[in-house]
Ligand binder design. Structure first.
Ligand code: LLP
Length: 422
């Protein structure tokens, strides 16, 4: 993927044709998230092109970013949605997603949410014995037969941070193949409630080798052969999400959606399957920067710090996963500016509050703009109000270069609402 945020010859950072500094001047509050709408479109088109010639569903993983405007745009581009909670399901319906392109997923789905899923006719993944019981019960309550997929752990190592690995044999998600026969019998025992239509796996997130997906798909089609041999008419292979992106901005060549789809294409065609994919990060991460101002610079012991207005409250990935997200200043510095190594930190009261460690940067003056790149996925959606840093606004740059607000910032008054009339 190309980077849609680029420094041009004048030394300023641009989002498409728009100077980030200019956006910073007009927004009501900082820090904020700034997206490129054209880049979202380009990312979806890359997947669509990659999927040419296959029957497929792009199920966007809403957990990555649940901005309603972004969801509506993705829906308009033809995406379906992957949901992991009742509210994500409600939001997908609100945003107008076609239920036939939606998949309800998760290891702790609640009965009431499954009833809604059954009523709306979305696909539901079976994750465990009790989950199957709940889906059967929900089907009865809704008076609808549910199209189900079995989530199976292929036990392929995704080679990622343990917090974002999900398809291994000791994972809390999905079922192990030893139990496959039990689940097939249980589905057969409920012909009025369940229709088994496919198999699902999700290996993990930030995966940067497509061989991993091929290995998993090979294992999955064997299960599909086995399930079909038992008389089920399976139509769908769902290989989950997980494709990584170029967080390091080193120019390294990473697998594209086309590389991913090409490694599984023959397998999918050989079994006459429809392919479901569940990308989150690779659709939305690179479309956004988290935009801050430098509050000040300080030195303690051997460490230099750039203190910015954003923090782990708005963007927790570095603190939580030791994740690297590229950081740069958005405007040119005078040629004689000293370059040093800085920890880029926020104002939150704990030492876990950093956005980047040991980053080489020209010493910024107070008020300089600074961005954290690739902040479209799992940043705003994981933001908290810790230290009462209320959640920030979101904007996007449109195709014509104009900037629109796509989410209001949370306010202090919003917080007080939780205590009203108590
Ligand atoms: N499908 C399932 C079943 C998932 O659990 C996930 C992500 C996805 C699809 C989308 O995966 P993606 O294409 O975005 O990698 N908060 C972490 C990532 C957690 C991912 C959880 N599951 C982070 O910030 O890195």
């Amino acid at each position: 993927f190309d980077h849609c945020f680029k420094k041009l010859d004048d030394g300023y950072l641009y989002c498409e044709g728009t100077r980030v500094e200019d956006v910073m001047e007009v927004v009501e509050r900082r820090p904020f998230y700034l997206y490129s709408k054209p880049q979202i479109t380009r990312n979806v088109e890359a997947y669509k092109d990659a999927l040419e010639g296959l029957n497929s569903i792009i199920g966007y993983a809403i957990k990555a970013n649940n901005n309603l405007k972004i969801l509506e745009h993705l829906r308009m581009l033809g995406c379906g949605a992957v949901l992991v909670s009742g509210n994500e399901l409600r939001l997908a319906i609100h945003a107008g997603f076609d239920p036939k392109k939606c998949i309800f997923n998760g290891n702790g789905k609640l009965l009431e949410d499954l009833v809604l899923a059954a009523q709306k006719g979305v696909f539901v993944n079976i994750d465990s014995e009790f989950d199957l019981d709940n889906i059967v019960e929900a089907a009865r309550i809704a008076g609808k037969k549910v199209n189900v997929l079995l989530r199976i752990n292929p036990d392929v190592d995704p080679q990622v941070h343990p917090y974002v690995a999900t398809g291994n044999k000791n994972s809390k998600f999905g079922i192990r193949n030893e139990k496959l026969e039990w689940f097939l019998d249980a589905v057969k025992a409920h012909p009025n409630e369940l229709k088994l239509v496919g198999a699902h796996c999700h290996l993990g997130s930030t995966i940067t080798k497509v061989d991993i997906f091929r290995d998993a798909a090979q294992i999955m089609v064997k299960y599909i052969d086995q399930i079909r041999a038992e008389g089920f008419e399976l139509h769908y292979l769902n290989i989950g999400g997980g494709l990584g992106i170029d967080y390091y901005h080193t120019g390294a060549v990473l697998p594209t959606p086309k590389d991913l789809i090409d490694t599984v294409r023959d397998l999918v065609l050989s079994r006459n399957l429809n392919l479901i994919i569940e990308p989150g990060r690779s659709l939305i991460a690179n479309t956004c920067c988290f935009v801050n101002r430098v509050t000040g610079v300080k030195t303690n012991g051997t460490k230099n710090f750039v203190v910015i207005d954003g923090s782990m409250a708005e963007l927790i990935r570095p603190s939580l996963y030791d994740a690297y997200q590229h950081i740069e200043l958005i405007s040119p510095t005078p040629p004689d500016t000293e370059v040093s190594r800085f920890d880029v930190v926020g104002p939150v009261c704990e030492s876990a509050d950093f956005l980047g460690k040991d980053r080489e940067l020209p010493t910024p003056s107070r008020g300089t703009g600074l961005v954290v790149h690739d902040a479209g996925a799992y940043c705003m959606s994981m933001a908290s109000t810790y230290n009462l840093k209320m959640r920030p606004a979101e904007y996007w740059v449109e195709e014509d270069g104009s900037v629109s607000k796509i989410r209001h910032p949370e306010s202090f008054e919003d917080h007080l609402k939780f205590f009203k009339d108590l």
